[in-house]
Design a protein around this ligand. Structure first.
Ligand code: SF4
Ligand code: SF4
Length: 626
């Protein structure tokens, strides 16, 4: 916009308002930056390798891929606003320079200026439409995950953006004489919107405009990774002193879009937990406490009850477009509560005691495992077999888990694949880890690692996605990772070599969170299931799959508030009309075993693991040895 012929008074007024606007911006943004930079360093943070970060940044920030993918309509509107902002950066700088009578780019002369300002006008048009649609959605449609209250802040920001776009369009399209009253009015309206908008950025959730891209670029980049505790004095997230730079950065970056909340099984079944409030709880804490405060984190801003309602399903972290990593936050707070002895829970205490005394969450003796191994005629691993069959606690002690192991062994034998089991095996420490008991986790992991090394284990196979995740990822803290495969991957590879079993049965597959989101395994179990019938999908599946409620140690804690998560999931699965529900995780299996008859007492669908489906296709001569 041109402001030829402005008076000195006008220039002075503009300079004063600009200084005020920038002062308010810097005061708040400076404080945010100080908090982030003065926070503890993240022990597991490595900037390198840089290429995956750049690729992720390009995909998530520049292309707005996640934003669009999961909410196509609102996501595209948001992406248009973002791209419009980028395109408008030169317009805004030019506008400020013109306020001082300086020139950078002329819209009317040269080659670049006219083309650029024409493109900016196209963006101004699309951003205006996008903002109107987003405003309609927020204030008229009002999706519940955007919050119950009408957000005046959002309304004001939308109005400012619209003003910026329309004043630009007015000036561009009308091509008014620069000294005319109409041109000056447009210029000052545009200026006022710009100068009000600037300080609002760091004072509101629009801080994500600045920190969101940084947060995406600097995120750990590994899904649901729990950072290691460093040194004797690190108990997890206990007070403000334990908040790391990544935690602070991510907390300030939250855009309050509610995507995490929308997919959270705990929130959606009436629990106190809302993952959005976890991110915002850290932000509120940092807003009211000094940096490195010794005030406890759990209490006013973050609730202990909520933190221990998380199933660690990862739906929140997976959805977040800003790269906020909820799992390190939630498990960090659990660690703080457990490692300092602040968490008092009858079931949790019992679980930890059983893990310590018996090495498994059921408190059963090793003798029970030995009896099962003998009865199922499972050979011991001697270093020469193809696989070490990791039984896990469910495969060792749970009757249904044992049936799954037996079915898998049957298929392996049929295919001539050799395997053996460990003589002694304890819980991987999955529940202890996710509940924040690092001591129990370490003891269990170290015991198992010693057994595996002594047995010269090369390649492991497991029926349990939780075991696969803990062994392949969490145990890395104690040495090189073991190679471990989930049985669905093995079965899919051997599926075409198993006898065909044409069937018209309708099956529905439930994605276990620890197999899908955690390991990206979606197709393999479906391929196995398809060989046994017609596969249908529940409304929430694959990376948007809805948890069964077992993870994060919750299967051992009980679920007192709201609807049971397993019942909510079972209702979705049975609503498909399938005659059988197919699972690929013994924990999902155990949750759905109770939930399916509870929600569908008559004509309850059959519940089967993919290993049982595959084994059912074998000729009768390969009967299970139990
Ligand atoms: S944590 Fe992420 S997904 Fe949740 S509201 Fe904030 S930005 Fe959105
Ligand atoms: S991990 Fe799952 S249960 Fe936990 S807060 Fe996130 S979405 Fe909710």
């Amino acid at each position: 916009m041109n402001l030829a012929g402005r008076s000195e008074r006008e220039i002075l007024l503009f300079a004063g308002l600009l200084a005020l606007s920038m002062g308010l911006f810097i005061a708040r943004f400076g404080r945010v930056l100080r908090v982030i930079l003065r926070s503890k360093q993240d022990p597991d943070f490595h900037l390198t390798p840089i290429l995956p970060r750049v690729a992720d940044f390009f995909w998530q920030v520049i292309c707005q891929a996640k934003v669009i993918r999961y909410r196509p309509f609102a996501g595209l509107a948001h992406a248009l606003v973002f791209w419009g902002f980028c395109a408008f950066s030169i317009v805004s700088i030019n506008h400020i320079l013109l306020g001082f009578g300086l020139h950078w780019i002329d819209a009317k002369s040269g080659h670049f200026g006219p083309v650029y300002f024409f493109c900016a006008s196209l963006f101004a048009g699309t951003v205006s439409i996008a903002i109107l649609l987003l405003t309609y959605r927020r204030f008229v449609m009002r999706p519940k995950w955007l919050g119950d209250k009408v957000s005046l802040e959002s309304g004001l920001i939308a109005l400012l953006i619209l003003t910026l776009m329309l004043t630009y369009l007015g000036d561009y399209c009308l091509a008014l004489a620069p000294a005319s009253t109409a041109a000056r009015l447009l210029w000052w309206t545009h200026t006022a919107a710009l100068l009000v908008f600037l300080p609002l950025i760091p004072h509101t959730k629009h801080l994500h405009l600045l920190l969101g891209p940084v947060s995406v670029f600097l995120s750990r980049g590994s899904f649901a990774r729990i950072p290691p505790l460093i040194g004797e004095e690190d108990f997890g997230l206990v007070t403000g002193k334990d908040i790391t730079r990544l935690v602070a950065l991510q907390a300030y970056s939250c855009v309050e879009c509610g995507r995490c909340q929308e997919h959270c099984p705990a929130y959606n079944t009436g629990k106190l937990l809302n993952p959005k409030e976890i991110a915002l709880g850290f932000k509120s804490y940092l807003n009211v406490n000094k940096e490195n405060s010794e005030h406890p984190l759990l209490g006013i801003h973050l609730a202990e009850e909520a933190v221990f309602q998380c199933t660690t399903c990862g739906a929140c972290e997976y959805q977040c477009p800003i790269g906020i990593e909820h799992l390190p936050l939630i498990v960090g707070l659990r660690r703080g509560a457990v490692n300092t002895g602040a968490w008092e829970d009858e079931y949790g205490g019992e679980l930890f005691l059983k893990l310590e005394r018996s090495g498994n969450p059921f408190g059963m003796s090793q003798f029970e495992r030995d009896k099962f191994i003998k009865k199922a005629e499972l050979p011991f691993y001697d270093g020469s077999q193809d696989y070490l069959l990791w039984l896990g606690c469910m495969g060792s002690y749970d009757p249904a888990g044992r049936e799954i192991v037996t079915a898998l062994a049957q298929v392996m034998r049929y295919r001539g694949v050799t395997f053996g089991v460990l003589k002694k095996e304890r819980c991987t420490g999955d529940a202890a880890r996710r509940l924040g008991n690092d001591l129990a986790f370490q003891q269990l992991a170290e015991f198992n690692i010693a057994q595996l090394r002594a047995a010269r284990a090369k390649k492991l196979i497991s029926i349990c996605p939780h075991c696969v995740r803990t062994i392949s990822e969490d145990w890395k803290e104690f040495g090189p990772a073991f190679e471990i495969e989930h049985h669905s991957v093995f079965l899919a590879r051997h599926d075409s070599a198993l006898p065909a079993a044409p069937s018209t049965a309708t099956l529905v597959y439930h994605d276990p969170c620890y197999l899908g989101r955690y390991q990206g395994v979606y197709e393999e179990p479906r391929a196995v299931a398809r060989s046994s019938g017609h596969l249908v999908e529940p409304p929430r599946s694959r990376d948007r799959g809805f948890c069964c409620g077992a993870g994060g140690g919750l299967t051992f804690l009980g679920e007192e508030k709201g609807t049971r998560i397993s019942h909510a999931r079972a209702a979705e699965l049975t609503a498909t009309g399938a005659s059988a529900v197919v699972a690929a995780c013994p924990f999902c299996n155990s949750m759905l075993r109770d939930a399916l008859p509870a929600v569908r007492p008559a004509n309850t669908p059959q519940l089967m693991d993919i290993a049982q489906l595959a084994a059912a296709r074998l000729p009768p001569s390969t009967e299970p040895r139990t």
